[in-house]
Design a protein around this ligand. Sequence first.
Ligand SMILES: [Zn+2]
Length: 124
Amino acid sequence: MSAQINADTKSQVITTFDGHPLFSCSTCTAVIALQDELISKSFSGRDGRGFLIHSAVNLKMGKKEDRPLLTGVHTVADVYCVGCNERMGWYYLKASDQSQKYKEGKYLLEREKLIKENNWSLDD
Ligand SMILES: [Zn+2]
């Protein structure tokens, strides 16, 4: 499904996501990801808790860089909301440690930057 969604087909994305629990940008309410795309809530972002998410929309990627994280050096690129340019988190391009390879191609989104819609419940 997600392979058919392009950033410039916003109405299609909204139709596809309509009625599903999802994450939106806390600044401009652009749709960012479906609840179903959430992999883990127990990650650390830059300033607080972060979510590991399988795929996301309405994000643009910044410059890639090698960044030392809690679990070793990762090649990441910060991601920004296309609606308001707010930094939402980062995208994992490459993990140096073999045990961290599962993160490659996934997003780490800052919990603080997201709002929940459509009966999304967070159990913390
Ligand atoms: Zn936004």
